[in-house]
Design a protein around this ligand. Structure first.
Ligand code: NAD
Length: 485
């Protein structure tokens, strides 16, 4: 496979929160990898801006350490690392005060793309937008990048959209959902809209149901306190699983352009039915043999009623999908790390092989991680004598095997997304109305279980989640697909 790298225009990228965890672990390593790939032009500059007092040399040392820690130390890249670090600069700044702003404005160059990455607590987003504006740094070439979480509910998301809109046009606001930057998530669109094979079957006439699973083996770790205020619904379903649902269910956009794609996604979200309380299962993981703490201990609240697992059934009320349920589930400390979308087709309408042949359905599974690829389960005759016995076998394509070693190490989501910001391409970013519509769908569920005082069901660490989630499907005569590494 030949990779094509198209260099982007010269840019000034300011990372507010440039000393924080996300900057060190994701943003700076992503920029370094793009630099090594030859995508960053000579004139590109990265300016860290954060509250901590550092001079530029100290910041450069911090950037170097972050790259060595999160990309690895490679002798072959020593020169590249030195050249990359050379492009970085630092300003001590207070998002809520006046310190540093004049200095930062003085560093901005005229006539090139300016990207301001808000890698700070969401409470500071409004302050940053305002100060960029007041200090004369907002030009037509400027854009802001906003990290998750985008709001805590519809009211806060709307307030945040309104605040940002006072200073920037929607076309300048890049709301990151890093799931959309994953190579395999983009592949969902290629699989659906690049192949004639699937489209005629892609509707409720042929699809029995769809399952979307995002399973993690990690617990909440050091993020317990933050996570406890969010839970799986806010942290995963309202954003990441919702985006997957949109890509799998949306109508073909007329073209692959930001608004055409986002218009179609928005229609899906707006067509989602309200989820019935008995179609939601929430869980909390228990401690594992004294090895790992249980959720409540990790969250620091022995009475926490926040969910670390959620499974739900929803419907999309439109012509294509009426009658086809979508089952979503995500959780922490599950048996394996696995993100898979399974499109389960209906049984053949009549079996010419008689009842003893059993029931067989085709399943198209799209594995997002790990082992990105697709599997199509087809029914064949079991080899050998003994009559017509049917068996399901997988037609399996692992992208790394089919496309060569380069696809085994796809670019990190942040690499793709940051370069899209510089290019001015918003296709893989969430629009304000999309985010609000997703909250409008999620809020009543959260309000409902709070009002009913529901407590999440405990589940064993290393399991597939609470038993009640199995019942959710069993009641409908269906079963979850296994969660496999
Ligand atoms: P962090 O606490 O590690 O870093 C925060 C940064 O903000 C630091 O550089 C700090 O100096 C700076 N800062 C704090 N107050 C400031 C102020 N008043 N003025 C200027 N700078 C200030 O946080 P993080 O983990 O890097 O997360 C940053 C943002 O990204 C948060 O919104 C978080 O929700 C989001 N996010 C983080 C991750 C992750 O993996 N860390 C993943 C997704 C989203």
């Amino acid at each position: 496979m030949v990779s094509r790298v198209i260099p982007v225009e010269p840019f000034d990228l300011v990372i507010f929160g440039g000393t924080g965890d996300l900057a060190r672990r994701k943003i700076l390593p992503a920029l370094f990898r793009r630099f090594c790939a030859g995508q960053m032009p000579e004139e590109a500059r990265i300016i860290g801006a954060a509250r901590s007092e550092h001079d530029t040399d100290e910041y450069k040392a911090m950037v170097r350490d972050a790259i060595v820690e999160f990309v690895g130390e490679d002798d072959a890249q020593a020169d590249a690392l030195a050249a990359f670090v050379d492009r970085t600069d630092y300003v001590t700044i207070d998002a809520r005060g006046t310190d540093g702003w004049v200095e930062l404005a003085g560093k901005m160059r005229e006539g090139c793309v300016r990207a301001f990455y808000f890698s700070v607590a969401p409470a500071l987003f409004g302050d940053l937008a305002e100060r960029i504006h007041v200090n004369g740094m907002a030009t037509d070439q400027s854009r802001i990048v906003v990290e998750k979480p985008f709001g805590h509910d519809l009211a806060t998301a709307r307030a945040l959209n309104d605040t940002l809109a006072q200073h920037f046009d929607e076309g300048q606001i890049y709301r990151i959902d890093h799931y959309l930057g994953k190579e395999t998530v983009q592949n969902l669109m290629a699989i659906r809209f690049g192949n004639m094979l699937f489209e005629p079957l892609w509707n409720s006439q042929y699809v029995d149901h769809i399952q979307i699973t995002v399973a993690e083996t990690v617990g909440v770790g050091g993020r317990g306190e933050y996570y406890d205020k969010a839970g799986a619904m806010r942290d995963m379903v309202q954003n990441h699983l919702m985006q997957l649902l949109c890509l799998i269910a949306m109508e073909p956009p007329a073209k692959f352009d930001p608004d055409a794609v986002r218009d179609e996604k928005l229609k899906v979200i707006r067509a989602l039915d309200e989820v019935e309380p008995h179609h939601i299962v929430r869980g909390q993981y228990e401690a594992l043999d004294g090895e790992h703490p249980g959720y409540r201990e990790a969250a620091g609240d022995p009475r926490s009623s926040t969910e670390s697992y959620i499974a739900l059934k929803t419907h999309i009320s439109n012509w294509r999908w009426a009658g086809t349920p979508f089952y979503l589930r995500t959780g922490k400390r599950l048996v394996a790390r696995s993100s898979v979308i399974s499109v389960v087709f209906k049984d053949a309408p009549h079996s010419i092989f008689g009842p003893e042949a059993g029931r067989h359905a085709n399943v198209l599974s799209i594995r997002l991680q790990p082992n990105e690829g697709i599997t199509l389960q087809v029914t064949i005759k079991e080899p050998g004598p003994g009559g017509m016995r049917l068996v399901d076998v997988p037609l399996d394509m692992t992208f790394a095997e089919a496309l060569g070693p380069e696809s085994d190490d796809p670019p990190d989501a942040y690499e793709r997304l940051i370069m899209d910001v510089i290019r001015g391409n918003q296709t893989l970013f969430m629009r304000g109305d999309e985010v609000e519509a997703a909250w409008a769908w999620a809020d009543p569920m959260i309000a409902g279980w709070k009002a009913r005082g529901e407590v999440p069901k405990p589940y064993e660490s290393g399991s597939v989640g609470p038993d009640q989630a199995d019942q959710l499907l069993r009641r409908d005569g269906r079963v979850w697909r296994g969660i496999k590494p």
